[in-house]
Design a protein around this ligand. Structure first.
Ligand code: 4NP
Length: 154
């Protein structure tokens, strides 16, 4: 399974999602590929936000080597599933992918945890350090649900 996690800037939420899912995949002994991207290009080439790095590090995960990039239409060939971390992200992905957008491939991440609710992972960009820790906890829960949902189907 090849999974792409997508938020707006690829500096706060999706780098955490990438780091968390990668650790959980390893713990579960799964041979999955994980990457992350953003719908915006403002932060392309930048490392994750310092508070995302801190929240990850506090939980034993090093995300410092990640670099932001914008999602490109070719990502539909490189990944089986593309997860949008919020509804505005989903709209941005649809715009960028154009006629390559496939709703069966591009999904809202939190529906793995709360099916059919179409909830957003809150953006901690303008928030406090505590908001980043809350984001970590939520992403840890949804990544566990994603793996469980996959194992149930397999
Ligand atoms: P992220 O947070 O989508 O979780 O990486 C944001 C980072 C930057 C911006 C928006 C959200 N921005 O507008 O620059």
């Amino acid at each position: 399974m090849r999974i792409l996690m997508v938020c707006l800037g690829n500096i706060c939420r999706s780098p955490l999602a990438e780091g968390i899912l990668r650790r959980q995949i390893q713990a579960a002994g799964l041979d999955w590929t994980v990457d992350s991207a953003g719908t915006l290009n403002y932060h392309a080439g930048s490392p994750p936000h310092p508070d995302s790095q801190k929240a990850a590090k506090a939980n034993g995960i090093d995300i410092s080597a990640q670099r932001a990039r914008q999602i490109v239409p070719e990502d539909v060939d490189r990944f089986d599933l593309i997860f949008a971390l919020a509804t505005d992200v989903l709209v941005g992905i649809e715009k960028i992918l154009g006629d390559r957008f496939n709703p069966a491939q591009v999904r809202l991440l939190l529906n793995e945890l709360h099916p059919g609710q179409n909830e957003n992972v809150p953006d901690p960009y303008y928030g406090t350090e505590a908001d980043f820790h809350h984001t970590f906890t939520l992403l840890d829960q949804v990544c566990a649900a994603l793996i469980q949902n996959h194992l149930k189907k397999a």
